[in-house]
Design a protein. Structure first.
Length: 137
């Protein structure tokens, strides 16, 4: 496992570039960018694994990432949602970039923030992966 002591600045910088480093850091040299962003946080993101979840309110699906339990996550989300939320499924033991990749892959179904319309390729993925059955509720 990578640590702050064993991860080179070149590896960290390459990781940041692949993840879509914010523009304001691209003008800095690699050492400055890593220092500004915080080496410990970058290494944590590179190595920490959580889960990507798919939660629906019956109309849309939220594609998110968490290190917490699904019970904790859904309770937190339910507070701000008038519709009953339910977990469609999770992809366990993955880095946060998996969530970003899924957001990009299903951008045609994007509605708002991390919420997506349940249609097209995304609907087919949910059916194939989680035996999702569409329905309002």
């Amino acid at each position: 496992m990578a640590t702050c002591d064993t991860t080179s600045n070149a590896d960290l910088y390459d990781y940041l570039v692949k993840q879509g480093m914010p523009d304001q850091y691209k003008e800095m040299n690699p050492q400055e960018a890593i220092q500004a962003l915080g080496k410990k946080l970058i290494v944590r993101e590179m190595t920490a694994k959580g889960k990507v979840y798919f939660i629906t309110d019956g109309h849309y699906v939220k594609i998110g990432h968490t290190y917490k339990s699904m019970k904790s996550r859904i309770n937190s989300l339910q507070t701000g949602n008038a519709r009953l939320l339910r977990v469609i499924g999770t992809i366990e033991n993955v880095h946060q970039n998996t969530e970003r990749e899924l957001h990009h892959k299903y951008q045609k179904q994007h509605q708002l923030n991390e919420w997506f319309r349940i249609e097209g390729e995304l609907l087919q993925y949910l059916i194939d992966t989680f035996e999702f059955r569409s329905g309002r509720g």
